[in-house]
Design a protein around this ligand. Sequence first.
Ligand code: C5P
Length: 239
Amino acid sequence: MSDGRPAAPVIAIDGPSGSGKGTIAARVAERLGWRLLDSGALYRIVAWAALARGIPLDDPERLAVMTRTLVIEQGAAAVRVDGVDVTAAIREERISVGAAAVATLPEVRQTLRGVQQGMRVAPGLVADGRDMGTEVFRDAELKIFLDASVDERARRRHKQLMEKGSSVSLRDLFASIQARDRSDRNRAVSPLRRAPDAISIDTTQMSVEAVVAEVLKHVETRGLAAGPARSRGGGQEND
Ligand code: C5P
């Protein structure tokens, strides 16, 4: 980014768990032919790898060292860590909880920040997470903050997990989402909050397509959609 060339454009999409940001980011990236960064997956990977290696989730030094050595491949269809396919494993509820725990550690965030910023390549990046617009890509060309009621977010997550064959109760998920919200919004480092220059969209009553259309409208308004990237396919579905 310091080679004199202008940095590739970034669309930062932040919001709480279940706000739809993963799905929306994937669709927008696909439409634009831009790269997708699912930053939550990186925190999930750290939690998964720590649990697999028996490293306590509250040991910042060991977690940071481990994080620096992980070989992460985020492909369109699969996520691999050190060659192991963890696509399904990192979506388990115990990993959601673990990810929120490791995400409170500045040492882990610092290491992952470099990984995330390294993904800013032409023709552009669509990045989703909690601190894309407030910390990692403060200079993003477009910042979107998605939200939805806790009820709706728990229902969406429940549906996703059911489709994957998991059987967590809606009530447990509601409690888990509230606990994660509390942790994400109140942690000392990079808490979840709306960047002052972000556009807020409440997705509670909106379809995925309607939210995608709304984001693309802002992409258009800011002149970000122009260029040869438009015809390229690709992208991935998650969240
Ligand atoms: O988005 P997802 O639910 O996969 O993220 C899992 C956890 O990772 C979140 O609950 C949050 O604690 C953490 N996270 C974060 N910063 C990001 C993305 C995710 O702290 N940019």
